[in-house]
Design a protein around this ligand. Structure first.
Ligand code: MG
Ligand code: MG
Length: 283
């Protein structure tokens, strides 16, 4: 029987969430290694190779490689590229670039998905602020992902944080998503909107929350490669994402090694163990 409260939203068992956590740690390791390698002179293909090696070393499978024909393990989106950029041996990072790295992996068929944005060399203060504000908006959204809340409470928290931080465009064409036995599942998780709407968040749900902020208009355009999404006006952007499980104890961030400064320990769960009280199978 489906849950009456959230038709269409997959409910994970504790064992399934444990696989997702393992996949999430593989993603975290891959992102950390790739981010550490970002520097002027490095190609985005080199970042892809580093991420692929880390995912394999963790015994996980890359979720992106071959997904609708995508040719790489990570997406690398540089400067005005917002999402879904394709790593390339001819894309050499230059001093002052910013690169968003998006990565997904699965273990035993259970997926995790996360992204971050890092500078190559020295970047202007306004760009550094954008990056920090985007990550903060993500974590405010995560903190709102509590059992009993409504889905759009997450969206509203992300938007509130972003709007309070600066005059950013909040991308609407690409949004977060449910995740579990597939990388992209119901429900869509927008980064904007009024609170108190959508499905009630229940234990065992998992969501990929991923704000995309632009230093300009939020309008997007797809390049001829069929993948790379750029800002219509050429403005530069930032992207942060985590996969979060809804538990009785709070939002369990499956793809993070640690919570950033400014997030209280009682707002989120970032740890290795499955929380003590388990979600019930949907039946
Ligand atoms: Mg992603
Ligand atoms: Mg995602």
């Amino acid at each position: 029987m489906r849950s009456r409260r959230a038709p269409g939203v997959q409910i994970k068992t504790p064992a399934q969430l444990a696989f997702m956590w393992q996949a999430g740690q593989a993603v975290a390791a891959a992102l950390s290694a790739a981010a550490d390698a970002v520097a002027p002179g490095v190609t985005t293909a080199e970042l892809d190779a580093i991420a692929a090696e880390r995912i394999a070393a963790a015994g996980a499978a890359p979720s992106f490689l071959g997904y609708h024909g995508f040719p790489a393990t990570i997406c690398t989106s540089v400067n005005d590229e917002i999402v879904h950029g394709i790593p390339s041996a001819s894309r050499v990072l230059r001093d002052g670039d910013v690169v968003s790295i998006d990565c997904g992996a699965s273990i035993a068929g259970w997926h995790a998905d996360a992204a971050l944005t890092v500078p190559a060399g020295d970047i202007p203060a306004g760009l550094a602020t954008l990056i920090g504000d985007c990550e903060r908006a993500l974590w405010q959204g995560i903190a709102a992902a509590r059992a009993g809340a409504r889905l759009s409470d997450i969206s509203a928290a992300v938007e509130r944080s972003a709007r309070a931080a600066g005059e950013y465009g909040i991308v609407e064409d690409y949004v977060g998503h449910g995740i579990g036995s597939e990388m992209h599942m119901d429900p869509p998780v927008p980064n904007y909107g009024r609170p108190g709407r959508g499905p009630v968040l229940a234990e065992g749900m998992a969501l990929a929350i991923e704000p995309l902020l632009v230093l300009g208009s939020p309008d997007t355009r797809l390049l001829d490669d069929g993948w790379t999404v750029v800002s219509e006006d050429g403005a530069w952007s930032a992207h942060f994402e985590h996969t979060v499980a809804i538990t009785a104890q709070g939002p369990w961030v499956l793809t993070a090694p640690a919570a950033p400064a400014g997030i209280r320990a009682d707002q989120v769960i970032v740890r290795a163990a499955v929380p003590a009280r388990q979600p019930h199978p949907a039946g």
